[in-house]
Design a protein around this ligand. Structure first.
Ligand SMILES: [Zn+2]
Length: 164
């Protein structure tokens, strides 16, 4: 008769607090997508990054301000400060997961579609909308100063409602 081998578990098992805030709502489990997405860009999947990433990316392409993401996080009962939301958004932007679209001095949007595209901004409604890819033709990029190259051209076409 042989003794069963003794198995010792290390205590590094992830705490349950890493579970998503509303697992029942998940389809296709984007939680795991967020984790691998963060790992791919070299960001440690901390609980706050995971939670904010999940809120940001589980709903398709959209444009958010730090304040609106903070509101969504609060509604989803994710305990996070506005400062953390700002930091996380900037970290995600630095690694290319988000694109920052500055509309004017006070309004900055974060776009979950990081590919090249342009925007309509509806004044008075603070709405930022994608312009379909084929529709903006930038005739000729300006010649950059010596030692520089054009990294990207962002077009924001500002709209207002017609007087009727
Ligand atoms: Zn966009």
């Amino acid at each position: 008769m042989t003794q069963p081998p003794t198995v010792t578990f290390s205590s590094s098992i992830e705490p349950l607090a890493d579970a998503p805030p509303a697992r029942a709502d998940l389809n296709g489990c984007p939680w795991h997508d967020v984790k691998s997405m963060l790992r791919q860009v070299g960001l440690r999947p901390t609980r706050q990054r995971m939670a904010l990433g999940w809120i940001l990316f589980a709903k398709g392409d959209r444009h958010l301000t730090a304040e609106s993401l903070y509101e969504e996080a609060t509604r989803a009962k994710v305990p996070v400060s506005l400062a953390t939301v700002y930091n996380t958004l900037h970290q995600f932007t630095e690694v290319g997961l988000l694109r920052q679209v500055a509309v004017d001095g006070s309004k900055t949007y974060f776009d979950t579609n990081a590919s090249d595209h342009h925007h309509f901004f509806v004044e008075n409604e603070d709405a930022l909308v994608d312009i379909p890819g084929a529709e903006v033709v930038v005739g000729k990029a300006p010649t950059p100063p010596e030692g520089y190259e054009v990294a990207r051209i962002d077009v924001v076409v500002r709209l207002r409602r017609k007087d009727t």
